[in-house]
Design a protein around this ligand. Sequence first.
Ligand SMILES: NC(=O)c1ccc[n+]([C@@H]2O[C@H](COP(=O)([O-])OP(=O)(O)OC[C@H]3O[C@@H](n4cnc5c(N)ncnc54)[C@H](OP(=O)(O)O)[C@@H]3O)[C@@H](O)[C@H]2O)c1
Length: 267
Amino acid sequence: MLGVGSMGGAILHGLVRHGAERIAVTNRTAEKAAAIELDGVESIALADDPDGNARAIAGAKLVVLGVKPVGIVDLAREIAPHLAADAVVVSIAAGTTTASIEAALPASVAVVRAMPNTPSTVGLGVTGVAGGSRASDEDIALVARMFEAVGEVIVLDESQIDALSTISGSGPAYVFLLIEELTKAAERMGFTAEQAATMVQGTFRGATELLAADETGASPAELRRRVTSPKGTTEQAVGVLQAADLGGTFDRATTAALARAQELAAG
Ligand SMILES: NC(=O)c1ccc[n+]([C@@H]2O[C@H](COP(=O)([O-])OP(=O)(O)OC[C@H]3O[C@@H](n4cnc5c(N)ncnc54)[C@H](OP(=O)(O)O)[C@@H]3O)[C@@H](O)[C@H]2O)c1
């Protein structure tokens, strides 16, 4: 894994938790490299070993590129001569197409694009996985298996990956924003910051756990109806939220994110 920052680190910890070993990882700085102390993981700093990327990928079947989008194609070019002929290269970079990475690599090397999200850190991620033009079903399955170590995986066509990113990639930010706003509303009602945090975070967690645990397969709408008695208090609040056109607001938000992804892809 070349480039182990916040996202790469989440994936790496999940893999190690699942017993993966014989992993080599690189970062540029010695501090970053030294901070990764995990069984079965060799952590290399390029500052100490300028050929570290080549060394890390020698003979590797699976190579994950975890650097920022701006550095992905340059990194692909740098490692191209050192990759095993049957390697599968996985990019987690937002807005970088498999075609642009394929163009920098030998024709025998498959490229798979993945869009994880930050709850991967706690093993509850959602990752979209899309194969490039040279990726076989086995290559895609191998990459999907890797991301299953940190949550759920959706295999899809690359044409849908930016759309997935507007939902699950950016989605944790939407949830945190809702939590922030409801917390502020609680504080405006006179609760302390601590009380507000307990109420709001406990409610978000409790509601999503309730949804996940429901054995009857009840939909979110059904679970919402169960807390909304006719002519009751919740009905009043939900009416106000619906009048604010949450659906239309989410459409505009995800459309704006999609437009930005397309802008980034166009350079
Ligand atoms: N964060 C998210 O929510 C999220 C979600 C989905 C996808 N992604 C994608 O994940 C990728 C990484 O994002 P991030 O937030 O994890 O960034 P990050 O924390 O900055 O991590 C990038 C890491 O790459 C290292 N690096 C830079 N150039 C390198 C090179 N040439 N060789 C080896 N390592 C190198 C950096 O090491 P030094 O610090 O030592 O320079 C750093 O640790 C991005 O492409 C992003 O689009 C992120």
